[in-house]
Design a protein around this ligand. Structure first.
Ligand SMILES: *Cc1c(COP(=O)(O)O)cnc(C)c1O
Length: 331
């Protein structure tokens, strides 16, 4: 099986912003881009992206999950990076056009078509370290993906990092390349030092998120996660799972969570923890590593509520349950 995100459809949709206007979107080959070596993005990281999925239903139709929310988030990321504005209609038609063109290639569940809209600054101007790019490029790349959990949902080991931070606090809510570059070194060190799968960034004891997923603590019928602020990424999977949890009658607590409270609750036998994001939906966390010690979360295995919430979201995505929140767009 090819690694996640390494297989691409041969074409993508692309539009450019030049001379104060957007070009028509075109379908172009997806294996190359022409870029000036002085392009703003290559020097000053004026780049942002999205990750969303299209699913094949049993009746053959193909549906995109929460496209409008992903488009809004890319518009917000673009605004925070001072990239040119684009309209929601423009990007939604670029997404729908390319997914429709490759609809027959959308894998059946548990696979899906991963959709990667990307927007970056192309001004050939290396003197613009502190000025926005006035030109940009927007494209929509497709990558068919298989089952995230081949071999079962293995519970993850997370290192709690209270000293560092994933990225600059005012950039946390931007899905931008520089944030992943800034988180890479601590993640690689945590893998080597304590065999952690991921780092859970908890600056000054404030439990935030990992390098590319949100963190949820599930204690009985209460689900606890950090309230939205600019310091971390506002996951659409997080929002969807909290909506489903509330709908199932669970108590949803969006508030500050300290490392101290996390370790205290994790020691309870039926406590669960999980990471949420588009790739996996919800991945179980079995162990927290803190000050050189391992702390099991509950049973250290995937818990029943994690499984139930993931199934509920998958059922909507896969067309097996009613789309009662209007999350699917049929292509
Ligand atoms: C993309 C991402 C998430 C998850 O967002 P979804 O919309 O649920 O896919 C969480 N944290 C970070 C840092 C991310 O980049």
């Amino acid at each position: 099986m090819a690694a996640f995100g390494t297989v691409f459809m041969p074409e993508m949709t692309l539009a450019t912003f030049e001379n104060s206007q957007w070009s028509e979107s075109q379908v172009v080959p997806s294996d190359r881009l022409q870029l000036h070596p002085g392009a703003h993005v290559l020097h000053y990281s004026s780049t942002c992206f999205e990750g969303l999925k299209a699913f094949r239903h049993q009746n053959g139709s193909v549906c995109i999950f929460r496209m409008d929310a992903n488009i809004r988030r890319l518009q917000q990321s673009s605004a925070l990076l001072h990239l040119p504005e684009f309209s929601a209609e423009q990007l939604s038609s670029m997404i729908v056009e390319i997914v429709a063109k490759y609809a027959s290639e959308v894998p059946a569940p548990p696979g899906s078509m991963y959709i990667r809209p990307t927007h970056f600054g192309t001004d050939p101007a290396i003197g613009k370290a502190a000025a926005p790019s006035l030109e940009s490029l927007l494209y929509v790349l497709l990558s068919p993906v298989g089952d995230y959990f081949t071999g079962g949902a293995q519970a993850l080991r997370l290192l709690l990092d209270e000293d560092g931070a994933r990225c600059a606090p005012h950039m946390g809510m931007v899905k931008s390349g520089g944030n992943y570059a800034s988180a890479l070194d601590p993640i690689i060190k945590a893998r080597a030092a304590v065999k952690a799968d991921q780092v859970l960034f908890c600056p000054n004891g404030d439990v935030q998120e990992t390098g590319a997923a949100n963190f949820l603590l599930i204690d009985g019928d209460e689900i606890i996660t950090k309230a939205l602020d600019s310091s971390f990424l506002h996951g659409i999977t997080r929002d969807s799972l909290l909506t489903l949890a509330a709908d199932m009658g669970m108590k949803v607590s969006e508030r500050e969570l300290t490392v101290e409270e996390l370790l205290e609750r994790a020691a309870k036998p039926n406590c669960e923890a999980a990471l949420s994001g588009t790739a996996a939906v919800l991945a179980p966390v079995g162990t927290l590593i803190h000050d050189g010690k391992d702390y099991a979360v509950g049973s250290a295995q995937e818990g029943p509520t994690t499984k139930k919430l993931r199934q509920a979201l998958n059922d909507i995505q896969w067309g097996l349950a009613e789309d009662k929140f209007g999350w699917l767009t049929k292509v």
